[in-house]
Design a protein around this ligand. Structure first.
Ligand code: PA5
Length: 447
């Protein structure tokens, strides 16, 4: 992996938009202090740092059992309990994995009834293992989807319905743990110290990954490698996680870059960006601070967003992710009409990466700060490194912004209003608060 931050430096794009090297280095005492704190917090708040070293035997055993007994595997979960598995599936299996391989992978994430029907139409519930993932054990979407699926399983399988379920939840707390114990359902633990969006390298992401054939040992080895680098190196110019955090923080707080665009030049990393968006937004968007994460995909969004990135409001820092080697490539024929013969002999992968270079040059000209992360290939090892790096960068950023990156009080508030609206016991006062808050006073109605 390479991280090229040349184009965020003032030397290249000027002091209005770029960072001075002295400025970066001026954080060294702060970085050294936080580095020590993080090492000490690895058993508590920074527990995700311990995940690369966990014992995965139970995950592997469960995954093997699922692979041997089911045609389909479906995750029921949302937010931190779905985005990690979705990211691993989309980045580390072939685009048409479900057409060629078993078990097929599905996701019940939203409570959109049409999506629910469409997914159901693709599977035979009797031949599907449903992995219900929820840390709290009570998230509305997850429990609602699960309840419908459970009813279907009971209708088809009677008492044997339990065999089609695996729960991944808190080891002690929450409805799902209690229900699983009463019903005798297979369960895996989410370490209590870990919040949803930092849990992909726990059984939350590892079980789905292992079921669909991803090498989880390699995934964790990559994360270990990043942990080692980041534990040894406290100097910001050698620690990739701290560098990413500081480059974003300085450009945000001192250069007005309130938006962080992540733009991989490979569609395989599209869900990685969705995972990053949650991590960055939910962890750092607090106390009137934070940076809005935005997704773009190269080259598609060159033809949609680039105009704005170059000449619109100067509020963005862009992270490109480049992949050097694709497992497959296609060469453009030699014999082409004169006007398009410049394409002869080039491959699609080569064009993708040349377009990235062209885009970067255009952005440098417009003095838009940009970082490029280059992977030699997308594989479990590199994904492990990337995931760990962004988790640590996010945790470290909490200290820069002086906020707690591990809670999400504003999300909880919305959840409470939903419980109240759905008539959950104990939320009567919340319903009253809702009635006082919510109005539809100004509106246009079109018949
Ligand atoms: O990161 C988080 O903590 C949240 O996004 C949760 O993952 C999300 O709300 C789902 O919660 P749970 O896992 O409790 O169902």
């Amino acid at each position: 992996m390479r991280i090229d931050y040349t184009n965020v430096m003032a030397e290249v794009i000027g002091e209005r938009d770029g960072i001075l090297r002295e400025e970066l280095l001026s954080f060294r005492h702060f970085v050294a202090e936080v580095h020590q704190i993080i090492q000490k917090e690895k058993n508590r708040k920074f527990y995700f740092c311990k995940l690369p070293y966990q014992d995965t035997s139970q995950v592997k055993e469960t995954a093997n059992w699922i692979r041997e007994n089911f045609e389909n595997f479906a995750v029921i979960g949302i937010g931190g309990s779905s985005l990690g598995a979705k990211m691993l599936f989309n980045s580390l299996t072939e685009f048409n994995h479900n057409k060629k391989n078993r078990p097929r992978f599905y996701l019940f994430e939203n409570v959109d009834p049409e999506r629910f029907r469409a997914t159901l139409e693709e599977i035979d519930v009797e031949k599907t293992c449903f992995n219900v993932i929820t840390k709290s054990g009570s998230t509305v979407e997850t429990i609602a989807n699960f309840s419908i699926i459970m009813q279907m399983l009971k209708e088809k399988l009677g008492d044997r319905y339990r065999e089609n379920l695996v729960f991944t939840t808190d080891p002690e707390k929450g409805f799902l743990r209690k229900f699983g114990q009463e019903e005798g359902i297979k369960m895996l633990d989410i370490p209590p110290q870990i919040g949803g969006r930092f849990s992909v390298l726990s059984p939350v992401g590892l079980l789905p990954a292992s079921v669909i054939g991803i090498d989880i040992d390699q995934l964790l080895s990559g994360a270990k490698k990043m942990d080692l680098i980041c534990s040894i190196e406290e100097h910001v110019e050698h620690n990739p996680a701290y560098l990413i955090a500081l480059a974003h923080y300085i450009t945000n707080m001192r250069r007005g870059k309130t938006i962080s665009v992540m733009m991989p030049y490979t569609e395989k990393l599209s869900s990685f960006v969705d995972w990053y968006r949650q991590l960055w937004a939910e962890s750092l968007g607090k106390d009137g601070l934070g940076q809005t994460p935005v997704k773009a995909i190269g080259t598609v969004d060159q033809h949609s967003q680039l105009q704005l990135y170059r000449e619109g409001i100067r509020d963005k820092i862009i992270t490109f992710i480049q992949v050097e080697n694709f497992p497959v490539d296609f060469r453009i024929p030699e014999e082409l009409p004169d006007e398009i013969s410049y394409l002869s002999g080039h491959t699609l992968g080569e064009i993708l990466n040349k377009e990235l270079l062209g885009t970067k040059a255009a952005l440098i000209k417009s003095k838009v700060p940009n970082i490029t992360i280059t992977l030699d290939r997308i594989d479990p090892y590199n994904m492990g490194m990337l995931i760990y790096m962004y988790e640590l960068a996010t945790g470290f950023s909490g200290y820069l912004y002086k906020i707690n990156p591990f809670d999400q009080p504003a999300v909880e508030e919305g959840k409470k209003f939903t419980y109240a609206l759905l008539g959950r016991k104990g939320f009567e006062e919340k319903l009253q608060e809702f009635k006082e808050l919510y109005r539809e006073k100004y509106r246009i109605e079109i018949q």
